[in-house]
Design a protein around this ligand. Structure first.
Ligand code: ZN
Length: 93
């Protein structure tokens, strides 16, 4: 897991309650790419073919909506790591 110096300022789009799936908005992804130096936070691959926005604490299909848009809960991951973690998190869904 890489050490991250996250921008203190969350992307403004996260505060826009009207934007669907705003944690995957371009502004969020761009900021994560900068803060994570374009690396998956789990395997540290820096050649991301498909970028995923990962929630450190799961949001469980809207059960914890605050987490879904919490800037400090959003991490950059590759598709492989995200799918592995998602399977683990959904066993009790
Ligand atoms: Zn990865």
């Amino acid at each position: 897991m890489i050490g991250v110096r996250r921008s203190a300022q969350a992307p403004r789009v996260l505060m826009d309650s009207g934007a669907q799936n705003r944690y995957r908005h371009d502004d969020v992804v761009d900021q994560l790419m900068k803060d994570f130096h374009g690396k998956c936070y789990i395997c540290e691959i820096d050649d991301l073919q498909s970028i995923e926005v990962e929630h450190l604490l799961p949001h469980h299909n809207g059960k914890y909506p605050d987490r879904m848009f919490e800037w400090n809960n959003l991490f950059l991951s590759c598709r492989h790591c995200n799918s592995v973690k998602t399977r683990r998190n959904t066993t009790n869904a």
